[in-house]
Design a binder for this molecule. Structure first.
Ligand code: 5AD
Ligand code: SF4
Length: 443
C-alpha cells in the first residue's frame, strides 16, 4: 500500500545541465508543498528520478535503478519518473516497471504537484507527456550552488541531427522572454550569485522563434552585461552554424561574458557530417574557428564528438582525429554512437562494430588527455581570474577560471565569493594549483 501523505522526498538527476536545473525547480515545487528533501533514498516517502535518454547507457542506468527498486521494499514508496526518458518511453514505462506511480515529460514538469494529488487521490498511475511546452516557474528553483547557477533561456531544438533524440524529447525551440530572464538574473545577483550559465540545446538560436521581440542571443548578452554585481556569464551549448560574428564580438567586448565557446564538431569527415545533418562542412567549421580566434584571440573552445556513426570508415575517423589534433579543444566530450529510437539514423545499420567504436573512442580520449596535459603545462606561470567558490576536503580554497579550469589555492574562507587574480604554479591531475597575487607593497 503506497503512502497517501508523503512528507519527504529524494530526487536523483541524470544527464545534462538542463535536467539539473529542472530538478532544482522540482525541489522548489515539492518544498512549497511542504515536503522535506532527504538525501537517503531509504528515508524518503517519494522517490523522483529525472531522466536522460541521449544515449543507451543513460537509459540503461535508469532502467537498472528502477528495476532494482521494483525488486525491493522500496517499490511501496511513491515513485515518479520525469524528463527525457518519460518522453521517449511514455506508457511503456508502466508495463516494464509497474511499481512506478507517475511519469511526467519535459513539457509538463510544472504539473508535478497536481500529478501527485491525482496519484494520491485516485490510487491510479498517472502520465503527462503530451501538450505544448508549459512555462516553468524558474523563480522557485532551489539551486544547489549559492554563487553560480543555471538559467534556461531556450528550450528544445530545431536542428534535427539524424542521431539525436533531443528534438523529440524536448520539442521545438521556444525562447523565454528576455525580460523574464533579466529579472531572474537580477534576482539571483541580489541573492549573492556572481555567475550564471545560460542554458539551451542551442543558445545561439535564442530569439529566432520570437522575431517580434527583436532580441537575439548576442542582444541578450549585452542586456545581462549591464546587471551590476553580475561577474560572469557562460553559455551552453551551441550549434556551429548559429555562432555569429555578433556573438564573437560580444565575447570579446563584454566584461561578464567568459571567453569560452562550446563548438560541437561531432565528426571530421564531410560525408559523415552530411549524414549526421550537421549542415556545415569541415572547411566551414574551420573557417568559423579561425574567425573566432581572430576576433577573440584568447578564446578557448569546447566540443562534442561522436565516433562510430553509421558507416564511418577508418579513414573518416582519421579525419576526425586529425581535425581534433589540429584545432586543440580545451574541453571535449567524446561519445560512441548509440542508436536512438525515433531518430532518422535508426533507418541505417549501426554497422561499426562495438570494439571498433571503443578503439576509436579510446584513441581520441588519449589524444585529448595528451593535449590537455600540454595545455596545463602551458598555463604554469600565467595569471588567471578565479571565482573562489568554496573549500575542498583538504581545507584549501577552490574555484574556477573563466574557461572552466578548476583551481585550488591557499587563502582565507572570507575570500569565498570573490574574484582573485591567481598565479598558476602547477597542477594535480586536471586541477590547477596557484597562489593569489598580492599587490606589491612599496616601502
Ligand atoms: N549517440 C552518441 N552521442 C550522442 N549525442 C547525441 N546523440 C547521440 C547519440 N545518439 C552527443 C552529441 C551531442 C551530445 C550532447 O551528445 O555529441 O552534442
Ligand atoms: Fe541534438 Fe543536433 Fe539539436 Fe544538438 S543541435 S540537440 S545534437 S539535434
Amino acid at each position: 500500500m503506497k503512502t497517501k501523505d508523503p512528507k519527504t522526498f529524494f530526487i536523483r538527476t541524470y544527464g545534462c545541465q538542463m535536467n539539473e536545473l529542472e530538478s532544482e525547480v522540482m525541489v522548489g515545487q515539492l518544498k512549497r508543498r511542504g515536503l522535506k528533501r532527504v538525501l537517503d533514498e531509504a528515508a524518503a516517502d517519494l522517490l523522483l528520478y529525472n531522466t536522460c535518454s541521449i544515449r543507451d547507457l543513460a537509459e540503461r542506468k535508469v532502467m537498472g535503478k528502477l528495476g532494482q527498486l521494483g525488486r525491493s521494499k522500496m517499490r511501496n514508496k511513491l515513485i515518479g519518473v520525469t524528463g527525457c526518458m518519460a518522453m521517449a518511453k511514455k506508457e511503456t514505462l508502466f508495463k516494464k516497471l509497474p511499481h512506478v506511480d507517475f511519469v511526467i515529460g519535459t513539457n509538463n514538469l510544472s504539473e508535478l504537484n497536481n500529478v501527485l494529488d491525482d496519484v494520491i487521490e485516485s490510487g491510479q498511475q498517472q502520465i503527462r507527456t503530451e501538450g505544448e511546452y508549459d512555462a516553468l516557474d524558474y523563480t522557485i528553483a532551489e539551486r544547489e550552488h549559492k554563487l553560480k547557477g543555471y538559467v534556461s533561456i531556450i528550450r528544445g531544438c530545431d536542428k534535427y541531427c539524424t542521431y539525436c533524440v533531443v528534438p523529440y524529447t524536448r520539442g521545438q525551440e521556444v525562447s523565454r522572454p528576455h525580460e523574464e530572464i533579466e529579472r531572474e538574473v537580477r534576482d539571483m545577483v541580489q541573492k549573492g550569485y556572481k555567475e550564471v550559465t545560460l542554458l539551451g540545446q542551442n543558445v545561439n538560436s535564442y530569439g529566432k522563434d520570437q522575431p517580434q521581440s527583436g532580441v537575439l542571443f548576442h542582444d541578450l548578452l549585452y542586456k545581462l552585461d549591464k546587471i551590476e554585481g553580475l561577474e560572469r556569464v557562460r553559455f551552453l551549448t551551441s550549434h556551429p552554424i548559429d555562432i555569429s560574428v555578433e556573438l564573437m564580438e560580444a565575447v570579446r567586448d563584454l566584461r561578464t561574458v567568459c571567453e569560452f565557446v562550446h563548438f560541437p564538431l561531432q565528426a571530421g569527415s564531410n560525408r559523415i557530417l552530411k549524414k549526421m545533418h550537421r549542415i556545415y562542412t569541415k572547411e566551414q567549421y574551420l573557417e568559423k574557428v579561425a574567425l573566432l580566434r581572430s576576433i577573440v584571440p584568447n578564446a578557448k573552445l569546447g566540443t562534442d564528438i561522436i565516433v562510430g556513426f553509421c558507416s564511418e570508415t577508418d579513414a573518416e575517423f582519421e579525419e576526425t582525429y586529425q581535425l581534433f589534433d589540429e584545432i586543440g579543444f580545451s574541453v571535449a566530450f567524446i561519445f560512441a554512437y548509440s542508436p536512438r529510437k525515433g531518430t532518422p539514423a535508426m533507418r541505417w545499420a549501426d554497422d561499426v562494430p562495438e570494439e571498433v567504436k571503443q578503439e576509436r573512442l579510446h584513441r581520441l580520449l588519449d589524444l585529448y588527455e595528451k593535449k590537455a596535459a600540454q595545455e596545463r603545462m602551458g598555463l604554469i606561470g600565467s595569471q588567471m581570474e578565479v571565482l573562489v567558490e568554496g573549500v575542498n576536503k583538504n581545507g584549501q580554497l577552490k574555484g574556477t577560471t573563466r574557461c572552466w579550469k578548476n583551481v585550488v589555492l591557499d587563502g582565507n574562507e572570507s575570500l569565498i565569493g570573490s574574484l582573485q587574480m591567481v598565479d598558476i604554479q602547477g597542477f594535480n591531475h586536471s586541477t590547477l594549483t596557484g597562489i593569489i597575487q598580492r599587490p606589491l607593497i612599496l616601502t
